[in-house]
Design a protein around this ligand. Sequence first.
Ligand code: 5AD
Ligand code: SF4
Length: 457
Amino acid sequence: MNDNTALISEIKSLLGDSEHKAYVRSFGCQLNVSDGEKIKGQLKKMGYTFTESEAEADLIILNTCAVRESAEDRVFGIVGSMKKLKEQKPSLIIGIAGCMTAQSHVADKIKQSYTQVDFVLGTSAINALPKLLLEALKGAKFSADITEYDDFSEVAEQVRDSSFKASVPIMFGCNNFCTYCIVPYVRGRERSRRPEDIIAEVRGLVADGYKEIMLLGQNVNSYGNDLDGEMSFPKLLRELNSIEGDFIIRFMSSHPKDASKELIDTIFECEKVAKHLHLPVQSGSSEVLRRMNRRYSIEKYLEIVDYIRGKDPDFSLTTDIIVGFPNETDEEFRETINIVKSVTFDNIYSFIYSRRSGTKAAEMPDSTSDEVKSRRMRELLEVQREVSSEHYKRFIGRTMRVLVDDTAKKRDGWLTGKSSEFIIVEFEGDESLIGRFVNIKVTDAMNWAVVGELISG
Ligand code: 5AD
Ligand code: SF4
């Protein structure tokens, strides 16, 4: 890790005794949200406090996502609207971090067209934050650092958004180069964190009272491939499972090509590991999967599903699906619909294909119209709604162990939480239960959640 101590103390003395507020907003996946928590950790050391209001802020950092064009457009819109804020408060500093800025054409565009921005910071350059911020505080017009730092993973300080749910990145980057995906270009190659660092972090979190540990990686089940056989993902799960305490372990995302029987056996064997697997299928057509470079066929995917459901017919699976991959035919889309019906996912996260410049798929001819893609998306959502409503009924009458997240949005006096199966559970209860495990007897099922009665807190 870079030793930024000197830079951080220089910023601290420059800011002086008066309060300086930072607004940090993260977009996209949980790994990015975790990076945002590390950015906040750095800022806290410099003496910043935090605000949820852009207008109140002395420093704004947008931590961006590049997976789909819509996410980028949103950020450009927000940055555009910040021009006014900067005019009203010229001392305001605006920095853009994350996957979007790791693409040099985006960094150039920001420099040329968005003069309100003071600096851009790529994905692995969080260590460079003190340097760029100091330059901005000293009045530099624009600075950028989008080089990849390999040592970013062990930035220790974090300001976590939750006091009972913690994200723990276990690896960074991706080697898979799915043809639609920008991630390998903006996050670099796979790097696994040292197992002892992960275990120590989880131990510390459990000792601090965290109840849910979410292990993160673009492809978590290839964890350890770069560690010379010293540690694999199933082995890491077993090690974490043996830490004493009352907590649940989740992980995201798994690639079907690396979903071994050993991994599945481990999920069943480890009592602290959630009984849920997020296994992105992307498409129900082997031909589309080939064009996506996913390196499994739909038959191989179904073999994994069969192995899991052979052990527990009710096991909860969720998935990601891309609709409208270049030249996806009607028949190929039908295959996706069939898979959604036959696998009975508890939830799907579906996305219309978004062309990402620099990826292989961006060069593929695509004659499917946007209208057809939107129609397919609507149909997929409709089918999933039916599947979930039917499938959630299996929980009625059962008792679920639920980690209480928050108050329910629409019903006064109600709370919302997640079961081990990653199902949303709503029930009547007191706010003091937030952050605790409770047992809920399920009485009814909807298509997005189940409802029930509190049995014990
Ligand atoms: N267009 C649409 N969806 C995408 N995803 C990744 N890249 C794209 C893209 N170019 C989806 C995949 C992945 C999820 C995180 O985002 O389904 O699993
Ligand atoms: Fe993207 Fe594929 Fe890597 Fe996931 S596995 S981050 S979809 S390239």
